[in-house]
Design a binder for this molecule. Sequence first.
Ligand code: IMP
Ligand code: MG
Length: 437
Amino acid sequence: MPSLVVIGSQWGDEGKGKIVDFLADEAHVVVRFQGGPNAGHSVKIGEKLFALHHLPSGILRPSKISVIGNGVVIDPGVLLKEIDDLKSRNVSVRNLRISDRAHVIMPYHRLLDGAEERLRRGAKVGTTGRGIGPSYADKAARLGIRMGDLIDESALAEKVDFLIPLKQRILNAYGDPSRLDKDAIAREYSGYGNRLSEFVTDTGVLVRNALSKGKRVLFEGAQGSMLDIDHGTYPYVTSSTTVAGNAASGSGVSPLLLDEVYGVVKAYTTRVGEGPFVTELRDDIGRNIAEKGGEFGTTTGRPRRCGWLDLVVTRYANSLNGFTGIAMTKIDVLGGLDELKVCTHYLLNGKKIRTIPADLRALANYEPSYRKMRGWDELEPKRFERVLSKGFSALPEEMKQYVRFVEKEMKLPVVVLGLGRRRNEILDLRKRRWAHC
Ligand code: IMP
Ligand code: MG
């Protein structure tokens, strides 16, 4: 370390929460720097399952400082529920810090998210409906309310007074029947501000100080590179910058202070919501992967679309993020298949394509070109225990080949390998010699 960024290399849901939870053990500070309650990280500790939306996954290690940075959009009601839930399960949130510059998701943002989706008719994005896009839009339009305003009753009242009639007119124009009650909203949000004020501070100062003192800071990305507002499959993307560069901007530190970037690569591909997906499996194999991998949205419960690993996507993510290592997740889910496929490039009329185009109509026409790989048997409990104690060498030969193939194609070492849902079901491969450098 001293500083390490963890980024999803696909369309989110790569299992970043578990990887961050694992790496957070070595960190002093864990920072979320973008996204909002659209994120869903699930981490299993013993038999307890934690589903986090707002809070950094570092919160499950209560001695660490957990930061919600300036680049995040916050729904205070959702955040407070999460805080209350953790407290009721005896997880302390004492070390939580929230940026006073982070923007607030207001009730009209959620309503506008829904209304805009309905108005798109055939071209729905398939958002999580959490008000993410409208909130980031207001931030860019300089119509946002920030956490610092929320804890200042008169600043909040002034903003709400101006914004509610404006948003009501937009909702009316969109044909949404909702009525916004200015006073009720001001009261509700000022109440949230009161409860959250103990956590709100200038987190930029905090993170910069931590780094200057040589403390280890872990930056936790949400969503994935293909959902990036600029580089993803626009418009089927989220409304924030999800790539590593934003770890700096979204938390208020210099990009020169980011030392390492791990790309989280799930051993197969999934996506929720709409948009082209070249390696999608619409057959029983896809359905089995979905079921075995528990591929249902943590936030919306929607089934995720599943497909083979797409190396065009993960290499593209690497080119955007500059990964220094790969954290591969959920390789256990692929156990028990006779044969696996990995997409190495796309084909269009016999021509090889290795890049992601801006034009989604082009992407939708590409055919995947696959490398076939031999599958491996499900790991029996005894074998699994041996793998956890002995490490990489005890893995089935075919699984090692799968890992090595990804390393060779991405020209990067796999530094962490996730083998199951529980906290300890993970191999730390950072010391393993890597053959492809
Ligand atoms: P929004 O972020 O709610 O605006 O949704 C935009 C797109 O990003 C939709 O396709 C969502 O399904 C997707 N999305 C947003 N957050 C996540 C996430 O944490 N994991 C996976 N997909 C996400
Ligand atoms: Mg998720």
